[in-house]
Design a binder for this molecule. Structure first.
Ligand code: NAD
Length: 255
């Protein structure tokens, strides 16, 4: 590859995706962001497609934009994910289950499907899927989310085997609890479902981590930049946590 890396980040308008975009940009890459939220205030000149990446037609439109803007692609960060429903499995709605799978898993499949031919044409590249520690340990009251993240891990592992010989590396990043609005929403939903005060839940989440802390978006961004870099040229097919050492996701109110 010559010239700056051309990087597509889904869900890049806020949260972890935004932090990934910042990290790649600071590393000298060209960044294109896709997000369903078109109100984001992105840096001038940054490529941006407003799209629901769970929809095949919208993903096709996104990749048309990427090819027009970049002429190709070197790195896909399929990062979009929603929290899905919170509650015991017998109380979940099938529609909520299906939406969680569509946004968290189908979006990654659709973006990988369009990226592989571009990465092959570029002579190789990197695919980074954002899963979650919930996709390693399970996560009580979040069965749809945990199942979707196990699926993302399975997609990454399998795709690495399919495309490794093309020089395309595929790795899965599993963030732990990341400080920010998203974890605040997760804790609020869990508080509603359980009646446990939000402060107790938050303290419980921190206690689940060996380092007794949440991580930050920039920690995930730094891992993404490393995994896409030549320094990681033989890191492939891996599921890598950035979580301060998560010991369990068993909710503290149950332990
Ligand atoms: P977030 O909710 O802060 O941001 C997600 C972004 O994705 C938003 O900008 C949203 O508009 C966008 N988005 C949502 N649905 C979309 C769709 N269908 N099409 C296009 N864009 C869409 O979430 P986050 O915390 O940044 O999470 C990013 C990823 O990290 C997700 O896959 C999430 O499951 C995972 N993760 C987050 C945490 C955490 O604590 N925040 C922990 C583990 C894993």
């Amino acid at each position: 590859m010559t010239g700056p890396q051309r990087v597509l980040i889904t869900g890049g308008a806020s949260g972890i995706g935004r932090a990934m975009a910042d990290a790649f940009r600071e590393d000298g890459a060209l960044v294109h962001v896709a997000d369903v939220d078109g109100t984001a205030d992105l840096p001038p000149g940054e490529g941006f497609t407003v799209a629901d990446v769970s929809d095949p037609g919208e993903v096709d439109r996104l990749f048309d934009d990427v090819v027009t803007g970049f002429g190709g692609l070197d790195v896909l960060c399929a990062n979009v994910g929603i929290a899905g429903p919170t509650g015991p499995v017998e109380e979940l709605e099938a529609s909520d289950w299906d939406r969680t799978m569509a946004v968290n898993v189908r979006s990654a499949f659709l973006c990988c499907r369009r990226s592989v031919p571009l990465l092959r044409k570029a002579g190789g590249g990197s695919i980074l899927l954002t899963a979650s520690t919930a996709g390693i340990t399970g996560y009580p009251l979040r069965s749809a989310y945990a199942a979707s993240k196990y699926a993302v891990v399975g997609l990454g592992k399998t795709l690495a085997m399919e495309v490794g010989e093309l020089g395309i590396r595929v790795n899965v990043i599993c963030p732990g609890s990341v400080d920010g609005e998203r974890i605040d929403r997760v804790i609020a939903a869990e508080s509603t479902a359980t009646g446990v005060p939000e402060a107790n839940l938050r303290a419980g989440y921190e206690k689940q981590v060996s380092m007794r802390t949440f991580v930050e978006g920039r920690d995930i961004g730094a891992m993404a930049v490393f995994l896409a870099s030549p320094a990681a040229r033989f890191v492939n097919g891996q599921t890598i946590s950035v979580d301060g050492g998560l010991e369990t996701l068993r909710n503290s109110w149950r332990t």
